[in-house]
Design a protein around this ligand. Sequence first.
Ligand code: ADP
Ligand code: MG
Length: 368
Amino acid sequence: MSFIEFKNIEKEYKNAKRKSVTDFNLDIKEKEFIVFVGPSGCGKSTTLRMLAGFEEISGGTISIDGQVVNNKEAKERGIAMVFQNYALYPHMTVEKNISFGLRNIKTPEGEIKKKVDWAVKILGLEEYRHRKPKNLSGGQRQRVALGRAIVRNQKVFLMDEPLSNLDAKLRNKMRAEIHHLYQMLKTTFIYVTHDQTEAMTLGTKIVVMKDGIVQQVASAEELYRNPANVFVAQFIGSPQMNLLHGKIFYRDKKYFLMVHDHRIDLPKEKGEKLEQKDYIGKKVFVGVRPEDVEVLDMSRGGDGLKMNIEAQELLGAQTNLFLKRKNTHIAVVVKGRSDRVIGSECAICLDADKIHLFDIDTEKNILK
Ligand code: ADP
Ligand code: MG
């Protein structure tokens, strides 16, 4: 049985032009680390807040442990929420902030002390326990907010963009700490972010959303290898997946794809699947990740797709190359540094095993 179940969940705010969440369905098992990811405004916070009990549900049901919670108050749901802006009490020390919720529910002092000792230790806050929030760094405040949640033994942790106020370096560190915390607490996490890297590194299951609608629910690896549509394909991965125009052919008992004048032979089973779905002779979108494009020097000739090098960025361990041919732009990632000359010609090779094909109208992954 699933632990948390969203069934046909809808949210329509008063006076809103459209629904903020449409037909949201999701089963969550105990101890999963679920991430809701998508661009700003896609309905992530709204969905989380409906689960927490801070936002009314317009349609559908949410169940926790087999019980519908639509009409239960937030504090009866066994959920701990860590807010985007921490909401620490400025006049209280770290210790007092962490223990506040426990005192509120009249926990015995001895037990409070034990729990606070445990929390500050796990969170590396031992030497700051008597400080007030204004004398802490952003990362430390973040940890205090987490501490307040973990001492209360809740069944589920909800986090809404908990790292968005931190600088890049601290964000990476805290991301690793959250992962560590998850492994130690062995409880269920639901985490909201607009950042695909956070989603990919933290989530055991990732829910990609757009305009209030779930696009795909899958592991990081599955999203990367088998995106459901163009949106997911381009949202996951950086630099984003290239999208080119192509056309499918079947001639002389061979299936192939043409991108400009570059021919990519397709394995028989892929070709047959395309034929079954009536794509022979049709235009498609061809997706290829920058790290999956092979660049050939012109001296090696070959029958690749000829392109010009328009720009390059050396990032240390890798170089991003930006190639152009008429209206076609392609980003390519190559290892190490590249000593190519801007404006020079090169050719790229697309591998049938590494391309993704999408319907040009529905933008759905044809072979998935
Ligand atoms: P996200 O967290 O993914 O950035 P939200 O869940 O905050 O998105 O918002 C989803 C949509 O609902 C947005 O279009 C937003 O403008 C709208 N929205 C959010 N809160 C309210 C509200 N209280 N009243 C009206 N519309 C809202
Ligand atoms: Mg939000």
